[in-house]
Design a protein around this ligand. Structure first.
Ligand code: ASP
Length: 306
């Protein structure tokens, strides 16, 4: 996410808006006909993997799905070798991997663009793009007062989102149990980018000041010590009663939810997480079409001018 400028993000969001009609299947396109996306997922995924696949197919492209368990990874092949080979079979790769920095590393061995679809506790940039798209659709992006709530230490979605929020001059409220605070390194980056950040342990302190509440689950799989997880389990929860205090606030969540959002919230009009998940399709369409149609055209043209 650190690589994006605000203009680039705005461009992607505008592009996504123009593609929503295709994402809904209301119009057909063959913009990416003949192009192949390799979905390479070394960690579980529902929405990211499927919405990448749908995005590609609705634009006329093809998809190959690679799952680590059924590949030579189990025979001990390293990521660099797998990427070298898979990139010779396709035009773009969406990579999810449990190690931070895996996508950046993969990009050094790939002959095609790599999209980071989640690298450990690191980043999840396409999630951030669809989060921003949701906020824009909800009319919140120009005056953003947002609470990031929950496991801010391990949740990659909030790491990526925080960098983007700094570009949109948001007021950022970091709400987490003490042991799950946002890493200092990220807070320092945000402050040096001029972001306004406030930290607290209790959502009650900030509920009246925000217009977006972005909650994440405790990232159980990232805890090195299960005892550490047991100590924080159930330490925060968004309830219908809390939301009644601020009608203006919308609730977002990258999903999957576990028990950090009370069931009753699902049916409240402030709950936007299912729409948010749908927006993964137009946003990923925008990313794919920029990489495969626009960017590729631009590089091909400049090649031929030599
Ligand atoms: N699906 C999101 C991710 O892959 C959020 C989560 O798993 O909590 O990071």
């Amino acid at each position: 996410m650190r690589e994006f400028t605000r203009d680039e993000i705005d461009y992607i969001l505008e592009k996504a808006a123009s593609l929503e009609i295709y994402a809904r299947g209301e119009r057909k396109s063959d913009m990416l006909a003949g192009r192949i996306l390799a979905n390479m997922f070394y960690e579980p995924s529902t929405r990211t993997r499927i919405s990448f696949e749908v995005a590609m197919k609705r634009l006329g492209g093809d998809v190959i799905n690679f799952s680590a368990e059924a590949s030579s990874a189990v025979k001990g092949e390293n990521l660099a070798d797998t990427i070298r080979v898979v990139s010779s079979y396709c035009d773009v790769i969406a990579l999810r991997h449990p190690k931070e920095g895996a996508s950046r590393m993969a990009s050094q061995f790939s002959s095609v663009p790599i999209i980071n679809a989640g690298d450990g506790a690191g980043h999840h940039p396409t999630q951030t793009l669809l989060d921003l798209y949701t906020m824009k659709k909800e009319g919140k992006l120009h005056d953003l007062r947002i609470a990031l709530v929950g496991d801010l230490k391990y949740a990659r979605t909030v790491h990526s989102l925080a960098y983007a929020l700094a570009l949109y001059n948001a007021s950022i409220f970091l709400v987490s149990p003490p042991s799950l605070r946002m890493p200092d390194e990220i807070k320092m980056d945000l402050m040096s980018a001029g972001a306004k950040i406030y930290e607290t342990e209790d959502i009650q302190d900030v509920i009246d000041d925000i217009n977006v509440l972005y909650v994440v689950r405790i990232q159980r799989e990232r805890f090195p010590d299960p005892a550490e997880y047991m100590r924080v389990i159930g330490s925060y929860r968004i309830t219908a009663e809390l939301l009644k205090r601020n009608e203006e606030v919308i609730v977002m969540h990258p999903l999957p939810k576990t028990d950090e959002v009370e069931k009753a919230v699902d049916s409240m009009k402030q709950a936007k997480f299912f729409e948010q998940a749908f927006y993964g399709v137009p946003v990923r369409m925008a990313v794919l079409s920029i990489l495969l149609a626009e960017w590729r055209k631009a590089t091909t043209q400049s090649d031929s001018s030599f």
